[in-house]
Design a protein around this ligand. Sequence first.
Ligand SMILES: Nc1ncnc2c1ncn2[C@@H]1O[C@H](COP(=O)(O)OP(=O)(O)OP(=O)(O)O)[C@@H](O)[C@H]1O
Ligand SMILES: CCCC(=O)O
Length: 358
Amino acid sequence: MTQVYRLLVINPGSTSTKIAIFDNEKLVLEETLRHSCEELEKHTTIFDQYEFRKNIILEILNEKGINITKLNAVVGRGGLLKPIQGGTYRVNEKMLDDLKKGVLGEHASNLGGVIANEIASQLNIPSFIVDPVVVDEMEDIARVSGMPEIERKSIFHALNQKAVARRFAKEKRKRYEDINLIIAHLGGGISVGAHRKGKVIDVNNALDGEGPFSPERSGGLPVGDLMKLCYSGKYTLDEIKKKIKGNGGLVAYLGTNDGRKVSSMIEAGDQRAKLVYEAMAYQISKEIGSLSTVLEGEVDAIILTGGIAYDKEFVSWIKERVEFISEVIVYPGEDELIALTEGGLRVLRGEEEAKEYL
Ligand SMILES: Nc1ncnc2c1ncn2[C@@H]1O[C@H](COP(=O)(O)OP(=O)(O)OP(=O)(O)O)[C@@H](O)[C@H]1O
Ligand SMILES: CCCC(=O)O
């Protein structure tokens, strides 16, 4: 008889915590726990939210009649750790320490490993993280920025990009390790990665002013003008940071981070909204085009994923510009909960060894 593993998976986002219970690949329960600004503002740092988020996860599981003593493992979305290879990592002391300290900064996903560990350790079961945002498989040539003091970094939607890459490979009956893909995750942040034979050899740092602008982020900017703005005396460091991440992109131009609202504005005849939204598609297409040179033109498919990939018109703007490079596949939304589950299952089933964070 096939062994059934029951997993709790936890994906903390900036305004919500998504959780699910899986019996092997079968979804048993999925909940999105939304957190109001008032609830979150009570905590000084993102890390301080950990007790609050853990408690509401346990409360909802209890309410839904889930007996957590039957769990075999807990898997959390990993955070801003030191750069690491893709895969499933056992949560260890070093990782917890780095997540708590925020070695590479604060991000809601820093809470994934910490909460997973807290719940799992009480039950004497293992806890893991899978493909955190710091997965770094970049080639050395991609790290060179043009200024020796600054090295390009790999920070992106690794979990979803890797998940849709594996999904595509499976559908085509190929191995992820045998194909080349360009994947654009179109969410609140936007990352576009070149996947060569199972490794993301180049990708824009989606958290820190690289690549296309996005619903909430400015993306790459003309450096000279940015410098002048920084030294203009008009803004504090925190204000500039917020203009780049949080209040950049669609928020800055159109006052909303919601692609659906922008579509409605366009339908109502708003020409500025049309220009800005099309410009976002244009910048994404340029990024895809530039990565096609990284893969020397050998691109098995271009995949568009994330929330904005639900928008058919937006997708058609990108398709028109990049279809000459390769077939364009659209997987709207994200496969993150199942991706966390599959990462945990590969280890529990002995198909992959859990990596150690050092
Ligand atoms: N049907 C739709 N049409 C247009 N935009 C949409 C649609 N559905 C979702 N979106 C947009 O997708 C974006 C959010 O995408 P997603 O849910 O992938 O991001 P997130 O999880 O909040 O952030 P990230 O993916 O960067 O971690 C928002 O701008 C949202 O308005
Ligand atoms: C950089 C990946 C995650 C995010 O957009 O916050």
